[in-house]
Design a protein around this ligand. Structure first.
Ligand code: NAD
Ligand code: LMR
Length: 342
């Protein structure tokens, strides 16, 4: 678990420092949109990681107070604040991982695609700065619609001549977190043991949990599969409606994003056993981007895991074909947006 992994690393760090050893590595993480609903809890979770030596917080407003507040926590990383476009370059220089939760969230009645017009521009300009200042960093895109913002980021990086498909990630960890939680509740399983791969994309029917691949092996009735799949697909909307105009998931998203950051840092640090689901450039289907399980390594995506797509249930096979047209259109919309820029 995230908490267990933090605690273990911290114990190792303490033991090492008693003997004057430097066993814990030091990475720089930048959060763009750090003063927002996701940005703030994400910042505190990353501040707790013993793998992080520098935490750079960027936003267009209100980030000074967030950084001052966080900087009083007695964990290793130094927290710095950066406000406005003129400070963005300094925020990004030397970053190993850049997390982007900048942008507007949904209100009830909206789809993620309704956020496209505002968030496409935000992601485009932030990724331009990443290309100019830390092209080698892992880039984690949280801003919605992820199905389009990741292709936007790829296109910007291509135009800048620095695109590395192994280092660009759409963060879909929250879909896995939700699937694990809902399945454990429904089947009365120990939460820590449950792992459900989620493939496709991150909006509505493009979110496809592969319940037939749940670990530990568990059987579901057709009704349970249908009910769980729909709940996982609509979980974002469930939160948007409960918040009734005050935004979308922030706390569970921060938890999920912190898990993906910690996995990335462990991979950078040489751990050879790191697997996560993410929306990445992919040749597993005929779509250019697709979420699946991936193996993470020092250089980013070390391998896509094709085995999850083999032996799908009839329902999953049908849902996979059904999601493709929507996902394809969202990807193409993102690419066209960048290519249409003057
Ligand atoms: P929020 O409005 O609370 O915070 C967004 C922050 O971004 C604000 O602090 C704002 O000042 C900042 N911002 C706006 N333009 C910026 C720019 N150009 N540069 C830097 N910062 C900028 O929103 P939130 O609840 O934190 O959600 C952020 C985004 O994350 C939304 O698009 C939301 O849909 C998305 N989201 C994605 C997932 C996922 O699973 N991938 C989950 C939840 C939310
Ligand atoms: C989520 O899945 O919670 C996010 O994508 C936010 C949203 O708009 O639902």
């Amino acid at each position: 678990t995230l908490r267990g992994s933090f605690a273990l690393k911290a114990r190792k760090a303490n033991r090492a420092s008693r003997y004057g050893l430097q066993l814990v590595a030091s990475y720089k993480v930048a959060i763009l949109g750090a003063a927002g609903g996701i940005g703030q809890p994400l910042a505190i979770l990353i501040k707790m990681s013993p793998l992080v030596s520098a935490l750079n917080l960027y936003d267009i407003a209100n980030v000074k107070g967030v950084a001052a507040d966080l900087s009083h926590c007695n964990t290793p990383s130094q927290v710095l604040d950066f406000t406005g476009a003129s400070e963005l370059g300094d925020c990004l220089k030397g970053a190993n991982v850049v997390v982007i939760p900048a942008g507007v969230p949904r209100k009830p009645g909206m789809t993620r695609d309704d956020l496209f017009n505002i968030n496409a521009n935000i992601v485009m300009s932030l990724v331009e700065a990443v290309a100019d200042n830390c092209p080698d960093a892992f880039i984690h895109i949280i801003s919605n619609p992820v199905n389009s913002t990741v292709p936007i980021a790829a296109e910007v990086l291509k135009q800048k001549g620095v695109y590395n498909p192994k280092k660009l990630f759409g963060v879909t960890t929250l879909d896995v977190v939700r699937a694990n939680t809902f399945v454990a509740q429904k089947k009365n399983l120990k939460l820590i043991d449950v792992d459900v791969p989620v493939i496709g994309g991150h909006a509505g029917i493009t979110i496809l949990p592969l319940l037939s691949k749940t670990k530990p092996t568990v059987s579901f009735t057709d009704e349970e599969v249908e009910q769980l799949t729909v709940r996982i697909q609509n979980a974002g909307t469930e939160v948007v409606e409960a918040k009734a105009g005050a935004g979308s998931a922030t706390l569970s998203m921060a938890y999920a994003a912190a898990r993906f950051v910690e996995s990335s840092l462990r991979a950078l640090d040489g751990d050879g056993d790191v697997y996560e689901c993410s929306f990445v450039q992919s040749d597993l289907t005929d779509l250019p981007f697709f979420a699946s399980r991936i193996k993470l390594g020092r250089n980013g995506v070390e391998a896509l895991i094709p085995s999850d797509l083999i032996g799908l249930s009839e329902y999953e096979g049908k849902m996979l074909e059904a999601l493709k047209p929507e996902l394809k259109a969202s990807i193409e919309k993102g690419i066209a947006f960048v290519q249409k820029q003057p």
